[in-house]
Write a protein that binds this ligand. Structure first.
Ligand SMILES: Cc1ncc(C[n+]2csc(CCOP(=O)(O)OP(=O)(O)O)c2C)c(N)n1
Ligand SMILES: [Mg+2]
Length: 357
């Protein structure tokens, strides 16, 4: 009951009131696509089709879809290794993503990055990073670039609850406020970093985002499973970035249904299956959104089935595409490491990649 009242509250936010039915349906379609894509990827991973890690985003879909829905031409997204949801939400195709998981040449990183390294510069999507919090100074750099070039935009930098204790994140927060940069740090708080609960890993006062007080950074917390709330709170942060060039920390509560990665040691010891089931039954982001749209008369059950079937078909077809695609040639192993070398730039020829005279 409380869930419904809150959902209605944020549906009245300015940014949500103006939504067309078609846009609301699109959010549902995107969330379902992410879930079906990842279910398919798990199936084929277990069938031995992929190497490396596979960190699934299932349960957290509303955060990527809700935030990405607000991004314009000058807004940028960067995240950690749990990146499939963000990639699909910014408009990458299932084919290029699935092929990347398979290590194939047709993948978004030419099969040389895998699950943790989805990239689409043409869509302002900057990865896909495996070092915990490693993306936080990079996200800061994106914001610095915007300000330096006098472009009105924002850098949305996602991180997990485990990443908040990394020094690089704190260094980034310091500069974000000191230099007044349009960066939005979005903590997707799923309660665990690998098998360690937030309570055992972080010292905090009420919430993690509240650490922003120490730097004078505005912050807010919200329920990550409700697209209306995600959009309302992110919009405020984006306005602050666009209009005042100021940073924000947002923290959204969420739940990952699967293990940390496919390998999840002590899976049933660090949290109980009941804990996940309770969340699924009561707070699942797709169900919450689907129910809102049913209640509002935007869709009926048949519409939902069609969306779901289409997403399942698309995911299956992407696996066929990946299966049939070639592996990259071994000779391409050193390509795409340094832009300067690939493109024979002056600095590449001189070996001065980072420093000028
Ligand atoms: C610097 C660094 N330390 C440790 C690891 C190993 N590691 C990978 S993911 C992870 C947990 C991070 O959890 P969180 O930030 O909450 O993100 P989530 O996996 O929940 O999305 C750890 C410790 C790493 N990749 N990088
Ligand atoms: Mg976490």
């Amino acid at each position: 009951m409380q869930e419904q009242i809150e959902t209605h509250k944020y549906s009245e936010a300015e940014v949500n009131k103006s939504l067309a039915d078609s846009e609301k349906i699109e959010f549902l379609r995107q969330m379902v696509r992410i879930r079906r894509f990842e279910e398919a990827s798990l199936k084929y991973y277990n069938a031995g089709k992929m190497g490396g890690f596979l960190h699934l985003y299932i349960g957290q879909e509303s955060i990527a879809v809700g935030t990405a829905s607000l991004c314009g031409d000058n807004d940028h997204i960067i995240t950690a290794y749990r990146d499939h949801g963000h990639a699909l939400a910014v408009g990458m195709s299932m084919n290029e993503c699935m092929a990347e998981l398979y290590g194939k040449k047709t993948g978004c990183s030419k099969g040389k990055g895998g699950s943790m390294h989805f990239f689409a510069p043409d869509k302002n999507f900057w990865g896909g990073h495996g070092i915990v919090a490693g993306q936080t100074p990079l996200g800061l750099g994106l914001a610095y670039g915007l300000k330096y070039n006098e472009v009105k935009g924002a850098s949305l930098c996602f991180l997990g609850d485990g990443a908040v204790n990394q020094g690089s994140f704190h260094e980034s927060l310091n500069l974000a406020q000191l230099w007044e940069l349009p960066v939005i740090y979005i903590i997707e708080n799923n309660g665990y970093s690998m098998g360690t609960s937030q309570k055992r890993s972080s010292a905090f006062n009420n919430c993690l985002a509240g650490r922003g007080d120490a730097y004078g950074i505005e912050w807010d917390v919200g329920k990550g499973n409700d697209i209306y709330e995600v959009r309302a709170k992110t919009k405020e942060a984006m306005d602050r970035a666009h209009n005042d060039s100021q940073p924000t920390i947002l923290e959204f509560d969420t739940c990952r249904y699967q293990g940390h990665s496919v390998a999840d040691s002590n899976a049933k010891k660090y949290r109980s299956p009941e804990e996940i089931d309770y969340y699924k039954e009561n707070y699942d982001p797709i169900n919450v959104w689907k129910n809102s749209l049913l209640e509002e008369g935007v869709i009926d059950e048949n519409d939902y089935k069609e969306i779901d079937n289409a997403a399942k078909d698309e995911a299956k077809e992407s696996a066929t595409f990946a299966e049939e695609s070639p592996f990259p040639e071994p000779s391409a192993i050193t390509d795409d490491v340094y832009f300067e070398v690939d493109n024979q730039t002056e600095s590449g020829k001189q070996g001065k990649h980072f420093f000028h005279d």
